[in-house]
Write a new protein. Structure first.
Lengths: 68, 264
């Protein structure tokens, strides 16, 4: 087994263990008891706004690519 | 590859599926005095277990096309299965998004279909850059564990503005991939910088990896709130499916980033 497999293989196993262990616990109160949480039951912004932001992002990326 | 990624983008539930109706029609109000039980409502443990099942299914089906590729050594033998898997996976993702109640059936089928695609694509990358697949898997799962820790401890706090930014960026990336795919189809070679291994191409890949990773935070928050709000049991499958779509996207972007770095 080479070093690459050993390092990234261990990373895989440890990460999976962390995910399956931590995933079962509730998040801290710092996370759950705050006023600015996302409300998944309602939408606070329109699809048009999302589309506008994404088009601005694309424009920005294309513009930067022209200068580099 | 870019074809699949565009399909992933529009079929992924990490954001498009997690919309205003995500819990709107599915949360069971708990009448006062009646304690909801974990046998009929969404729990964190149930969602984590179902994510494990989906991960196992992806690995199992991926190992089939991976072995098939390395036995033949010819990409042409696995490409029809790979692209078949990608298209079926895309259709199943759409069905799951619009019919969340079916997630218990469609999410495992989605994982199997995507596994067929991932096994073949990973095999092709591995042949070109030995050792790249274990690096991409390690980094993807490392990101998952790190962000879960940051989310659970409250270090990363998703807000409505965070959601707007990540959703917009995800849609922007999806549109870019779609345009590139259409340009490829009409023979103009696609958008060059997306695939280039220059500084801008690598920077772009890093940006996409970051957005894919931050989508995980939205998935965690959605799962956490689903269990708090006593969403129905099938939402465990939907939560696991949503996490799986983001993980698959993140893995593919990691592979692309590492391939760009190694091809320099």
């Amino acid at each position: 087994m080479d070093a690459n497999t050993l390092i990234f293989g261990s990373m895989t196993v440890i990460s999976l263990a962390i995910f399956f262990y931590l995933g079962q616990f509730k998040a801290s109160t710092k996370q759950t008891e705050r006023d600015d949480r996302i409300s998944w039951s309602e939408r606070n912004f329109s699809i048009g706004k999302i589309l506008l932001y994404s088009l601005v992002l694309i424009g920005g990326i294309v513009l930067v690519s022209q200068f580099l | 590859m870019s074809n699949h990624r565009a399909l992933q983008m529009f079929g992924r539930s990490g954001n498009p599926a997690l919309n205003a109706d995500t819990f709107g029609n599915s949360v069971k109000p708990s009448p006062s005095g009646i304690q909801s039980t974990s046998s009929d409502t969404m729990t964190l443990e149930g969602t984590v277990n179902k994510t494990g099942i989906l991960l196992a299914l992806v690995v199992l089906s991926a190992s089939w096309t991976w072995n098939m590729f390395f036995e033949s050594g010819n990409p042409a033998t696995v490409m029809p299965i790979a692209f078949g898997g990608a298209i079926v996976g895309f259709i199943l993702a759409l069905v799951t998004i619009f019919k969340k109640q079916w997630a218990g059936t469609t999410a495992p089928l989605y994982a199997i279909a995507e596994g067929l695609f991932l096994g073949a694509i990973s095999g092709i990358f591995e042949m070109q850059y030995p050792g790249i697949v274990i690096q991409a898997v390690g980094l993807t799962l490392g990101t998952l564990a790190s962000l879960l820790f940051l989310y659970k401890t409250g270090i990363v706090k998703p807000t409505e503005n965070f959601r707007l930014m990540i959703t917009s960026a995800t849609m922007g990336i999806g549109l870019l991939y779609l345009v590139s795919m259409l340009m490829n189809m009409f023979g103009s070679g696609g958008i060059g910088f997306i695939h280039s291994n220059g500084l801008f191409g690598i920077g772009f890949s890093l940006f996409v990896v970051a957005i894919a990773a931050l989508n995980l935070v939205l998935d965690f928050d959605f799962i956490e709130q689903g269990s708090e709000m006593n969403a129905p049991k099938y939402m465990e499958w939907f939560g696991a499916f949503s996490l799986m779509v983001t993980l698959i996207w993140l893995y593919l972007e990691m592979l692309r980033l590492l391939a760009k770095l190694r091809s320099r």
